[in-house]
Design a protein. Sequence first.
Lengths: 288, 272
Amino acid sequence: MSKSFVMVGLILLMALSGCGTPATTYFISSTKGPDITPAVTQQVSETSVFPHTLTVYAAASLTGAFQEIGNDFEAANPGVNVIFSFAGSQILQTQLEQGAIADVFASADHKNMDMLVTDNLVAPNTYQDFTTNKLIVILPAGNPGDVQTLSDIAKPDLKLVLADASVPAGNYARQTLTKMSTDPIYGSDFSTKILANVVSNETDVKQVVAKVELGEADAGIVYISDAVAAPDLLTISIPDEYNVIAEYPIATLTKAPDRDLADAFVSYILSPIGQSVLHKWGFKGVTR
Amino acid sequence: MEPLEKKIFRRRKGDTLGWEFILPSVVLIGLIGIPIIALVWRSINSNIFSFALSENALNALKLSLFTSVITVVISLVTGAPLAYLQTHTNFHGKAAVDLLVDLPVVLPPAVAGIALLLAFGRQGLIGSYLDKFGISLPFTTAAVVMAQVFVSAPFLVRSARVGFSSIDPQLEEAAKVEGASNWHVFQHIMLPMAGRAILTGVILCWTRALGEFGATLLFAGNLEGVTQTMPLAIYVGFEQSLGIALVLSLVLVTVSLVLLAMLRRLELQSQP
């Protein structure tokens, strides 16, 4: 009950910020925390005389993890405000291409980061992968579609919600379905049958979670990190042989108003502290 | 048309409106006009006609036309009688009904979308009962129409209300003395006399329905050919292929301009 109220509140918040506008901006206020400052950020806090604002454009799937990391970063660097804009990576990429000013961009795929590199919007030598994610099937509490196994998603008349093919999560989900179709266990028409069940192609992965959480859809395919952020949902894991490892790149942007602070934030994300927060939210490390 | 234009021209000549009026006006005209010009300019310069006949664009166009026409019919059939009730009877809670019907005009469409989900969604107030009969509204074309009616019917009702209330009540009484039933009065006297106002309402309702985005995205989702109307295709296309977004934007601007021009004509005709 309380969960559904939280959901409604969340959606209302999204609504008030204007559904048409693609990005939701969260303002995270400074909080005092334990002084666990790594060397890189120490440097920044010493030189910061005036309050600094860091603008981070990040994939919607990073919402929970980055908000927490942002809070920690602010606590470690007094006088620093971190402002996030979370949306589908493809929306953020378009906005940056059209002249939006930000310090850091974290994408859920290489494609959108590569497009910014082509436009010379990524600062040289800052582009690197910082975390990985995998896909999982989510079901609403109560499992109205009676989905027990992965093959049940292909049942006729099941309501499945995916992210749009232009959204990284939607692209990865389609790749996974294609991989499963090559396995005789599922059959070559598996992907076709599943795509016929799609009732909506949402514009970011969090919208998929919302539709499943409200019980409007019987199933959805999202990142493991999304399922961690929504513990009320039931999940069916996708075996590694079919799963896609989503590599998340991060970079400082050429037009970053505060280049040093941006680099410090990226270092913080890559530090053991940042990585442990990401791990907590269901992300995995990068194998180098 | 002719004499009216002359009248405006004369008035302009008589008054001398200075820069303190012209400058702010130019700022606003620029803000509205330049983006529209940019849209048209960019469309002409890119090869939009290859996208115009793309399946995606055509599907969105067809769906938008289909749903918005149904929306207008539903709004007319339900909205005109409601407007008549609002202007001709005094019932308990009338003030509340008036407010309720006007609410969607000022409500952000996204709020409408959530409200519709909470009412007609599978776990919604009404939707959970419908679900028992195997009826599920979200993600269907019906949901698109419901979202459109929710946000655009009030424009028709408001307009029709103005039309009905401007009719001389003595006319109605005279007809009733002659033995006409309520329905006859509505059908043969009130409807024709308020016709122009209702037509204005129809146009407003139609343009609003064509442009509906927020409520549709939340309540009906986004699926090509089923729930992806033009505004949704523009939003998704904007990230994927600007061509589709451009060509559909151009269609919407053109249709809106034509409808507005019709509206303007109606307004001019109804002036004494």
